[in-house]
Write a protein that binds this ligand. Structure first.
Ligand SMILES: Cc1ncc(COP(=O)(O)O)c(C=O)c1O
Length: 379
């Protein structure tokens, strides 16, 4: 990928480089936007349908529905699976807040199982231990671009009879053991927030499903409960993906696999350059996983050391981010969920240790070398 032009040692290195992406795509983006403007088809229509077809195919699913955001995708996904006010939904405490927020937004109750220290993904044994008859749905998160253990979670869902919604907001194009996102869940949601591996020029989201009944509900839920004009079968909302955003996404989608390859190449360079450091543990890429590295994350061991390293890198123009500094069960907004410090120790520890390094596809080899050298000096 061609980098933005500036001297390699002074160039600011950030989690995303949207200017480089814009330059790489050239006239294709404005042409697509103009096509939509000239067509006058702004709400759903052919661009949205083309994106939905492509996503359904990639996820080996029956149908896909473009919606207003990744958060709405979760809200509508939960409703489409029949989650009701008062139901308990088991999810990860180590994710972006929207995952639990969507559950609470529809009046259901989020509950949490702890995550694996080496991957940050839901720990299947802890999930099993946390299960009881009140759990209505399980909501695993494909954190940082790596899928949760969907085979094991599907088996648990079948055994206990609850539904399975995947949060794939960070995992466009990921697979695990040959299974695609959405292939084993009852539905899988995506976000097209601009910093995602596939990002819109604004907000956007999408839900895929293998299940015809779930598809029928999603079609209505995002469009006022209506599948036939002016006939409203149930209460829905207005959460339709905008055609302009779909057009932008359709320009980018053919590049997604190459961009994910470039992320993996950057990740391999980091693994090699940092693997021997005492105080640094790269988060694991699991056997059988096709990791798409929405984030490349290291753990920085030692009290306060992560924050000091983050500051020292920033002073050299390297912006590393913390996803996430507070686990969901300890968020001020989560008080009503009934958890206390110490309840989910692995997520709590990771929140103090993780640091996400720039890994986007427009970094050069020299950029990654510069970051590796800086960490080796400063960690
Ligand atoms: C894991 C996860 N879930 C849900 C969301 C919410 O997506 P959006 O920002 O598109 O509403 C995000 C995005 O930030 C996310 O990372």
């Amino acid at each position: 990928m061609s980098p933005t032009v500036s001297s390699p040692q002074t160039r600011k290195l950030a989690p995303v480089d949207l200017a480089a992406e814009r330059a790489f795509l050239g006239s294709a983006l404005p042409e697509a936007v103009l096509r939509v403007l000239d067509s006058g088809r702004f709400v759903l229509g052919p661009e949205v349908e083309a994106l939905e077809r492509a996503f359904a195919e990639r996820c080996r699913c029956r149908a896909a529905f473009g919606v207003a955001s990744g958060t709405d995708a979760l809200v509508l996904g939960l409703l489409a699976l029949g989650v009701k006010p008062g139901d308990r939904v088991l999810t990860s405490p180590f994710t972006f807040f929207a995952t639990a927020e969507a559950i609470a937004w529809i009046g259901a109750m989020p509950c949490f199982a702890d995550v694996e220290e080496h991957s940050g993904l839901l720990d299947v044994e802890k999930v099993e231990a946390a299960l009881d008859d009140s759990i209505r749905c399980l909501l695993p998160v494909h954190l940082y671009g790596q899928m949760a253990d969907m085979r094991a979670l599907r088996a648990l869902a079948d055994e206990h009879g609850f539904s399975l919604l995947e949060d794939g907001a960070q995992a466009h194009g990921a697979e695990r053991d040959g299974i695609a996102t959405g292939e084993l869940g009852d539905a899988c949601t995506f976000s097209f927030y601009p910093t995602k591996n596939l990002g819109a020029a604004g907000e956007g989201g999408l839900v895929v499903t293998r299940d015809q009944a779930v598809a029928d509900r999603l079609a209505g839920l995002r469009d006022h409960g209506s599948r036939t004009k002016y006939r409203h079968d149930f209460i829905g909302t207005n959460s339709r993906l905008h055609a302009l955003q779909a057009a932008v996404l359709n320009v980018k989608l053919p590049h997604l696999d190459a961009w994910n390859d470039a992320r993996r190449a950057n990740a391999a360079r980091y693994d090699e350059g940092l693997g021997d450091l005492e105080s640094i543990r790269p988060m694991a890429a699991l056997p059988g996983a096709t990791h798409v590295y929405h984030q490349y994350t290291i753990r920085v061991l030692g009290e306060g050391r992560r924050d000091r390293l983050q500051e020292a890198l920033a002073a050299e123009g390297i912006h590393a981010a913390v996803h996430y500094p507070i686990p969901l069960h300890l968020q001020p907004a989560a008080e009503a969920f009934g958890y206390r410090e110490g309840d989910l120790p692995v997520a709590e520890r990771l929140a103090g240790e993780v640091l996400c390094l720039p890994v986007h596809p427009f970094l050069t080899e020299e950029d990654v070398e510069r970051i590796v050298d800086a960490i080796r000096r400063l960690a």
